[in-house]
Design a protein around this ligand. Structure first.
Ligand SMILES: O=P(O)(O)O[C@H]1O[C@H](CO)[C@@H](O)[C@H]1O
Ligand SMILES: O=c1cc[nH]c(=O)[nH]1
Length: 233
């Protein structure tokens, strides 16, 4: 049951999958946390792995950057491979002044400047929200692990390098905690198919404080977010 983008058979991919944007973050998670790992995808170097974590089957795969990319992968995972729980684990830029590097956010909802939801021909604006079950579980896991998490609205942006200076201040005024580039599409695809999705983010940089982590840190050091997500299988 291969697709143009995923060279795997149904059954090769677990019902629960972690989805970092970076395929090398997927490789790191598979190598660091999973047992009995099999790589099920390498098309376009978008590595995907299935293994077990504490005895439970779980997969992890990169999604690439941006709404179109995660739109493709999440749609195929849901509709061709029967995936039921899709947990994005991404980096984000803080809009809120109280957020520090490495803080963790659970994306209860995603706002956007993307037109992804136009395809549904809705007579209004669609609010994309996380699965309550996954959100609730992730919050409980974080509490058990004594990891502080912020829960709230995030922005899924089509633009990384924005030509309009300080546009983040308008979103911050509306309670947006941080910006990333995929959650809105993931939530749309999940809810339209009746499956579950959640986005967990680690603050990789702050637009307010003008601080940032390195590429290697983004690949390998956001382990608290990974460890929360792994418990959701
Ligand atoms: O770290 P990932 O998961 O890729 O997430 C964020 O990082 C990328 C931009 O650097 C975008 O994909 C954004 O959503
Ligand atoms: O989309 C993103 C991700 C991380 N940091 C940002 O500033 N934007």
């Amino acid at each position: 049951m291969s697709t143009p983008h995923i060279n795997a058979k149904k059954g090769d991919i677990a019902e629960t999958i972690l989805l970092p944007g970076d395929p090398l973050r997927a490789k790191f998670i598979a190598e660091t946390y999973l047992e009995d790992v099999v790589r099920f995808n390498e098309v376009r170097n978008m590595f995907g792995y299935t293994g077990t974590y504490k005895g439970k089957k779980i997969s992890v795969m990169g999604t690439g950057m941006g709404v179109p990319s995660i739109g493709i992968y999440s749609y195929e995972l849901i509709h061709e491979f029967g995936v039921k729980n899709l947990i994005r684990i991404g980096s984000c830029g803080a809009y809120n002044k109280d957020l520090e590097l490495y803080d963790i956010i659970l994306g209860m909802g995603a706002s956007t400047n993307s037109n992804f939801a136009n395809q549904y021909n809705l007579p209004g604006t669609f609010s994309a929200i996380a699965s309550w079950d996954l959100l609730y579980k992730a919050k409980k896991v974080a509490e058990e692990k004594k990891i502080d998490v912020k829960v709230g609205n995030i922005l899924t942006s089509d633009v990384f390098y924005n030509d309009t200076p300080n546009v983040y201040e308008k979103w911050e005024k509306m309670g947006i905690l941080a910006v990333e580039m995929e959650a809105y599409a993931l939530y749309c695809n999940a809810v339209a198919a009746g499956v579950n999705a959640l986005t967990i983010l680690t603050v990789s940089d702050s637009l307010v404080k003008k601080m940032e982590t390195t590429a290697t840190e983004r690949e390998k050091s956001f382990t608290q977010m990974m460890e929360i997500a792994l418990e959701l299988a």
